[in-house]
Design a protein around this ligand. Sequence first.
Ligand SMILES: NC(=O)c1ccc[n+]([C@@H]2O[C@H](COP(=O)([O-])OP(=O)(O)OC[C@H]3O[C@@H](n4cnc5c(N)ncnc54)[C@H](OP(=O)(O)O)[C@@H]3O)[C@@H](O)[C@H]2O)c1
Length: 266
Amino acid sequence: MKNNFKAKYGPWAIVTGGSAGIGKSYATELAGIGLNVALIGRNQVNLEKAKAEIIANHSVEVRIISADLNTEEGIVRVIEQTSDLEVGLLINNAGNAFVHSFLGVAEDKLTSNLTLNLIAPLKLTHHLGRKMEIRGGGGVIFLSSMAGYQGISKMSTYSAEKAFILTLGESLYFELKKQGIDVMVVSPGATDTDLGRNTAGMDNSKLPIPYMSPEILVRKSFARFGDSPSMIPGFMNNLTAFIGKRVLSRKSNSALWSSIIGRAAA
Ligand SMILES: NC(=O)c1ccc[n+]([C@@H]2O[C@H](COP(=O)([O-])OP(=O)(O)OC[C@H]3O[C@@H](n4cnc5c(N)ncnc54)[C@H](OP(=O)(O)O)[C@@H]3O)[C@@H](O)[C@H]2O)c1
């Protein structure tokens, strides 16, 4: 992590999905560095619990905003309720996944996570990026997934949504450098969170992969922030990605992932 982290990305960070899992680990780590954090999630009780935990351990301000980022109203609420804050860092973390047969679900189910997984990060980055440009810089981290590196059957919508985020973030890494805004996409493998352990439509115990702790993931990502357009945390995850990209053909890699997810699909 850079020595001037707090000066560059403070005084406030917004963490979507900051009440649980990877987002809560980001918020806690940032509070440890001395940044004030605004936590976004739907469940008010979980937000209050996360706030109490952070305040008990760190001398920072914590603002909680209950908003459903799968709706336009939720996105607007976050923008309105953080308008008085000087935000130097946005962590676009909130996301959801489910495993499903493409033809087996109703059409509206296929689009059910688009606002949360695509539109909210896009709009929040546009809005806050403009404010960061005016203040002279800042940072944005996007959470994609290793699932975004290839097509995966039974995970078609999620892998496509995460591929969008990966490409968006890598593009903005180069485009926003001029404005002093660091952008990085983090693509985790299996991570020890509620979503990672209990993905809807999947028996996660059948996945032949080790789980990474969200705290380690966050530290590994901050170590690369500012220098890399994208990163995959962890040696095993990087080895898997290396084999997928350099050893297997694109078709074989996609077939391998489809077979692994297919076996775990409930
Ligand atoms: N865990 C993994 O194995 C893994 C692997 C690769 C990528 N990722 C990505 O990492 C990110 C975080 O995942 P996670 O495992 O930490 O998930 P998680 O444990 O399920 O936590 C999700 C967080 O997002 C919030 N959230 C969910 N839906 C929301 C909505 N509609 N509006 C606002 N907030 C919402 C949740 O709070 P509420 O429920 O109260 O809203 C919670 O704070 C996601 O983008 C995920 O795709 C995770």
